[in-house]
Design a protein around this ligand. Structure first.
Ligand code: GLU
Length: 496
């Protein structure tokens, strides 16, 4: 076994006899959660800090009723998106808990043979009848009955008298658990199948895990698991329980209330680098004022000992801001490449044949400077690829004022149709300014109806670059269509 040196930072554990072996041990029972991603990244950072370091991916797939293979695939895909995969030599696995069933059974039997566990045939009702306070848990009735295995007999661990068990948690410090408060817990069911508490330890032993870094919700399992390690004659791993992640209302992040699936962030157009950066700051900080920091710089600085024990706020607004910064830092070609799933994929709202890469390239720098997530690219550029602008009633009602709106559009139509009108953003701006001035309108008021006629919306990319990109013919036809609608509206209003 490795020799633990509890008084040194975890980075120094690397100099002890065994290389660092961390693990990420998700249960494939649902969408991959941002909290799981944070645990994986912390384990990954530590594993990458030494050449021999490894992070084991262990899929805890023993809850047959709740597992689904697609969740396992989702976990592997999501980890790869974050940069955690077998393409890196620090990665090991995936291993599946279900393949270790023999070891789980053998260990349970060994604990029984060594007198560290005993069979118990008490039903829940019987225990309840014997206890005044059922919350106290099992009363130890079968401890010395010497029952052999048999139907209806579960195997319980004999929690040593005395105690307490002291868990030295790398984040929380010393946590004491009085043995009087730990019942003789079940480690295997009557059918021989192991409980989580045992399977998890046996796998960690088999996989020679040196550091267990996981969510705070497992802290209460830890004294039991430490007792199991000790009963097996082994030194427990370094324990580190990460702070709970909370939402804006300071409530624990939950899949019912909050957007927690990593995949939803990916689908919305968060960049993996921004996500990794942000997740690393949930409970940890590099130690100076810098927050935006790439993995390559962050990973060597990470230390479990520096993780904070108080809850970490998952601030979606801050994540968005991070993402915007990462988007702006991309090379233009890379930005264009990363937008492709939204532009030329099936999800794009226009006919794929109408997507024009050259047109997008022309406006891409404008788009890059204003989106916070890549999916926002679509409402910014859809007017370029849809045969007609989107219908957005709110924008229409705001910009298309009867009378003045129509007059502005008529004047713009005449000016833009003039063959002498140069078709560049600058010239179009001057034209709009002058046209507006002739009607007593400032530029802001003058351009609003033009923008809504051409793009469908009151907000979007800079207007004059948009007009240039769309071309004279399409601009004129859209202004013509908007005018027709406006005139009809005016007519209807007059008749009413
Ligand atoms: N499979 C457990 C879970 O997903 C994790 C156990 C552990 O990390 O020890 O909560």
């Amino acid at each position: 076994m490795f020799r633990e040196c509890t008084s040194t930072p975890d980075t120094l554990v690397a100099v002890t006899e065994t290389p660092i072996r961390t693990r990420f041990a998700p249960s494939p029972t649902g969408m991959f959660h941002v909290g799981g991603a944070r645990s994986a990244l912390f384990n990954w950072a530590l594993a990458q800090q030494s050449p021999e370091g490894r992070m084991v991916l262990r899929v805890e797939d023993t809850d047959a009723a709740r597992n689904r293979p697609e969740w396992t695939d989702g976990i592997i895909r999501a980890l790869a998106w974050l940069g955690i995969s077998d393409a890196d030599p620090h990665f090991e696995g995936p291993y599946f808990q279900s393949s270790y069933a023999d070891q789980h059974r053998e260990t349970a039997q060994r604990l029984h043979a060594d007198g560290r566990a005993y069979y118990c045939d008490c039903t829940r009702d019987q225990v309840q009848e014997r206890r005044d306070n059922p919350n106290l848990g099992y009363d130890g009735f079968c401890r010395d009955r010497g029952l052999e295995p048999g139907p209806g007999r579960a195997l319980r661990f004999r929690v040593p008298d005395g105690g307490p068990t002291v868990v030295e948690d790398r984040i929380r410090g010393r946590v004491e658990f009085d043995h009087a408060a730990i019942e003789d817990f079940v480690i295997a069911r009557a059918d021989g199948s192991p409980l989580f508490v045992l399977a998890n330890v046996v796998d960690d032993v088999e996989m020679r895990i040196t550091h267990v870094i996981r969510g705070e919700e497992h802290l209460s399992n830890t004294p039991k698991q430490q007792l199991l390690w000790e009963a097996l004659g082994l030194t427990p791993p370094v324990w580190a329980h990460l702070p709970v992640i909370v939402n804006e209302q300071r409530k624990k992040l939950s899949k019912r209330r909050d957007k927690v699936a990593l995949e939803s962030y990916q689908e919305e157009g968060y960049l993996a680098e921004a996500m990794v950066n942000y997740l690393m700051l949930l409970g940890w900080a590099p130690g100076d004022d810098r927050e935006i920091m790439p993995w390559s710089q962050m990973q060597p600085l990470f230390s479990v000992a520096d993780v904070n024990s108080s809850s970490a706020f998952f601030d979606e607004k801050k994540l968005r801001a991070f993402n915007g910064e990462y988007i702006r830092a991309l090379e233009l070609d890379d930005f264009i490449h990363r937008c492709q799933p939204w532009l030329s994929g099936d999800a794009a709202p226009w006919d794929p044949a109408d997507y024009d890469a050259a047109v997008f390239r022309a406006v891409a720098p404008l788009a890059q400077s204003r989106v916070a997530v890549l999916s926002e690219i679509v409402p910014n550029v859809d007017f370029l690829f849809l045969s007609e602008p989107v219908e957005d009633e709110k924008s229409w009602n705001k910009a298309m004022k009867p009378g003045v709106g129509r007059e502005m559009l008529e004047a713009a139509q005449a000016r833009f149709a003039d063959p002498g009108q140069e078709w560049t953003a600058d010239a179009l701006k001057t034209a709009t300014e002058e046209t507006g001035a002739s009607l007593g309108l400032k530029l802001g008021k003058a351009q609003a109806p033009v923008r809504v006629a051409v793009t469908g919306r009151t907000v979007g990319l800079p207007l004059f670059e948009s007009l240039e990109g769309l071309g004279r013919e399409r601009v004129l036809s859209r202004i013509g269509a908007a005018l027709e609608r406006l005139r009809n509206q005016e007519k209807d209003a007059a008749q009413a």
